[in-house]
Design a binder for this molecule. Structure first.
Ligand SMILES: *Cc1c(COP(=O)(O)O)cnc(C)c1O
Length: 459
């Protein structure tokens, strides 16, 4: 076989959506009016939108066909059974409950199992997961391995749970106070880093020892499976679907935002084995989301999710997906832009603390960098740092984040390599002119999930 190195996008483009550049002067004015919060900026004022990979995927022609194929019956729709069958085939879980997105599944689960005096342990809680845990009155404890907190350290599975710390935390807190352990794959807040099969297996072993159910936050299960295939011994001959099934075989339940690895614009699910808990969750679903065969979604959404779950485990898609993120990471590293290494599956995380040592942590260096990328290139990323960390729910003190990062999330199947080359060039320019960037002061904030609405001023 010839060794052809160019990796092409494994699709051709059937529909296009124009994007239009604005001037740097216009963008600086827009930023100021938006309180230096990129969530407040109109999407049409953004050139390359890397705010999130959530709900931003391009659907395939087959998924659009499923949109037409959707059955909009209130109860027992064909679309629900297609969705249920696909999720069950993948996860092996008994009860499949559709929700309108991931956080709705989290809200239902944690409002039932959480509450005062409870602790939820995860490798790292994603922000909505943490917020839903804390809103229920429970505590959220993160126990990622120490390597996962070191941005420049190369390790194949930086999302892994610290197994020893998990065991001692359970003994200290008491198993009766820990309703579930949550394994987030890949670890979004920790840099999009994968978790190894061995670590999932070991986590399950500890959970079983104390009789605590293990839940998977499965948003990026397919990307995680592909990393296992590439990096873990014994998995190179297995398909991503086989690997995914094995990952889920160790869990008792899962929450998922279909807006990630189901390649759709809206949707999610809660899946679990426990009959009693499933009954309570369905009751809550009917109260807050909708009947148990649609859960806040249209029938067409359920059909598109079913098709997306089939496409996302295709090997040529995953090879392109992981390689295209890695490509951006390699070019940025060549240009001395500090990023989390190795790059995760869905995003590049720029280490703002390393890039901007002149901006102290309490002046939100990652927020400042995200704003500058928008000003110079019309690129929208998001701060994952001290602004995103809410205040401590009890003391109301600011909680400094372990790392100050700007996440550039890559939407699935949306941008081409030349879009990414542009992003690389802008980051290079901003990095060379970094001494001009000033810190930020937060001037207003909401009590929870404040980074969505907070307003800032330049220091
Ligand atoms: C996106 C995400 C969620 C929440 O899902 P939404 O669909 O945005 O509500 C939960 N956990 C992780 C790891 C995520 O990436």
């Amino acid at each position: 076989m010839r060794n052809i190195k160019t990796m092409i996008e494994p699709f051709k483009i059937k529909t296009v959506e124009p994007i239009k550049p604005t001037t740097e002067e216009y963008r600086r004015k827009t930023l100021k009016e938006a309180g230096y919060n990129l969530f407040n900026i109109k999407a049409e004022d953004v050139l390359i939108d890397l705010l999130t990979d959530s709900g931003t995927s391009a659907m395939s022609s087959m998924q659009w066909a499923e949109i037409m194929n959707g059955d909009e019956s209130y109860a027992g729709a064909r679309s629900f059974f297609a969705f249920e069958s696909e999720v069950r085939k993948l996860t092996g879980l008994k009860h499949i409950i559709p929700t309108h997105q991931g956080r709705a599944a989290e809200k239902i689960l944690f409002s039932i199992v959480g509450g005062k005096g409870k602790t939820i342990i995860s490798n790292t809680h994603f922000d909505t997961t943490r917020a839903n845990v804390e809103y229920s009155g429970a505590k959220a404890l993160d126990l990622v391995i120490p390597e996962g907190k070191n941005p420049s350290l190369i390790h194949p599975f930086k999302g892994n749970m610290d197994i020893q710390a998990l065991d001692s935390a359970i003994r200290e807190i008491g198993a009766e106070n820990i309703p579930v352990v949550v394994m987030t794959i890949t670890n979004n807040a920790g840099g999009g880093q994968p978790v190894s099969m061995e670590n999932i297996r070991e986590t399950k072993k500890v959970c079983s020892k104390y009789n605590i159910p293990l839940f998977i936050d499965a948003c990026r299960f397919a990307e995680n499976a592909y990393f296992i295939k590439k990096r873990e011994k014994g998995y190179d001959k297995k398909t991503p679907l086989e690997i995914s099934k094995e990952m889920f075989s160790y869990c008792d339940g899962a929450t998922m935002s279909a807006k990630k690895d189901a390649l759709v614009n809206i949707g999610g699910f809660l899946a679990l084995n426990n009959d009693d808990l499933a009954q309570k969750c369905r009751n809550m679903l009917i109260l807050t989301e909708g009947f148990s065969t649609y859960g806040g979604l249209a029938g067409r959404d359920l059909s598109a999710i079913a098709q997306g779950l089939r496409e996302v485990v295709e090997e040529d898609y995953l090879a392109y997906r992981i390689r295209s993120v890695e490509y951006v990471g390699e070019r940025l590293t060549e240009k001395n832009v500090p990023i989390i290494l190795p790059p995760g599956g869905h995003a590049i995380f720029v280490d703002a603390e390393a890039m901007l040592p002149h901006i102290p942590k309490h002046q939100y260096p990652a927020q400042a960098l995200a704003c500058e990328l928008y000003a110079v290139g019309g690129i929208r990323g998001v701060e994952i740092g001290s602004a995103m960390m809410d205040r401590d729910p009890i003391t109301r003190e600011n909680r400094p984040a372990k790392m100050e990062l700007v996440r550039l999330a890559i939407p699935r199947r949306v941008y081409t390599q030349s879009h990414m080359d542009y992003v690389i060039e802008i980051l290079d320019i901003v990095n060379q002119e970094k001494n001009k960037i000033r810190g930020m002061k937060m001037v207003s904030e909401a009590p929870v999930l404040r980074h969505f609405t907070a307003r800032f001023e330049q220091v």
